[in-house]
Design a protein around this ligand. Sequence first.
Ligand SMILES: Cc1ncc(COP(=O)(O)O)c(C=O)c1O
Length: 386
Amino acid sequence: MLSQKVRNIAPSATLAIDAKAKQLKKEGKDMVIFGAGEPDFNTPNNIKEAAIRAINNNITRYTPVGGIPELKKAVADKFRRFNKIQYDVSEVTVGCGGKHILYNAMMAVLGECNEAILPVPYWVSFDEMIRLTGAKTVFCDTDKRFMLTAKTVEEKITEKTKLLVLNSPSNPSGAVVEPEEIRKIAELAARHNFYVISDEVYEHFVYGNNEFISIASLNEDIKNLTITVNAVSKTYAMTGWRIGYCGAGKEVIKGMENLQSHSTSNPSSIAQMAALEALNGPQDSVAKMVEAFDERRKLMHKRLNEIKGMSCVEPQGAFYAFADISQTGMKSMEFCSGLLDDALVAVVPGIAFGSDSHIRLSYATSTKEIEKGMDRIEKWVGKSLK
Ligand SMILES: Cc1ncc(COP(=O)(O)O)c(C=O)c1O
């Protein structure tokens, strides 16, 4: 009896693995969870206190659909300060998490007969969202280091291309697209007149000499074609608060807000006050978290490459390692369910991200847990290879 659209949706594999692992943990099993796409840090106190104040001050009613004016201003200021993009407050909107913003954005610009280019490997929800709009996903390869180039994007452009999804730093690969390629991609978008959704939720999680740039900061032409998506979720360890935001042309913003007005209405008034503090308040918690993640990244990368049958490209951003398991002879689902059942380690099958020869491990967990989990994986893969 379900609609065709809903029947076509695959449930999120990341959430499913995470739920199973958490359930096993609740049952008393000594789990190591590398599945979660969220920082293990707590939301900083100044942000929590802003939310408590909001409740005590009765900021508990409906707000404008796309967020309170103070938050919109804070978002526009942040885009100017950090991303070097000049958005007017009428060119920003706030929704219930980055995912919600992405969904609204796709619904606002895509429809039947359109094609959307999606680099592989991709975050699970992109493909499902594109298909929900009725558009067709056109997959685009990246190289061995998961780097996206303008050349491979260009090969996928047709007269039906309406959108390119850019996610740098990337979930799941951790790749950071090189600024030169971003410039060339911007030229392509302007020449062929398609939108770019630039998902920048991992913008702060960039390591080593890598440079993050926002495509919309390059010039007015690409700014007008870009929907710059972000959220407070990862940057401020606020995944449960559900606040995402974006910058785009007025027409797109209006479309997204119209859609939101008939679905969720405004995001939580309390979470908006927390997000306001996150964007305007002290930023030192972000640097501390990124520093910790960098250390964990190096550890996980080293340990993965020491395991016979596994290899991993060094992640340059975000907080995931995307490890190659092809030498184990197993497909990703078989690997992940075996590892979960036998070794009590949760990782996510690469098939969910468009590659059945990889698994994704989140290193947003303590070094102690990483060592423990990697010991188990090493032992389990060793046994499985025999
Ligand atoms: C690439 C990417 N975009 C968007 C999101 C959604 O973030 P949020 O929790 O704000 O909905 C995620 C979450 O995992 C993500 O990995």
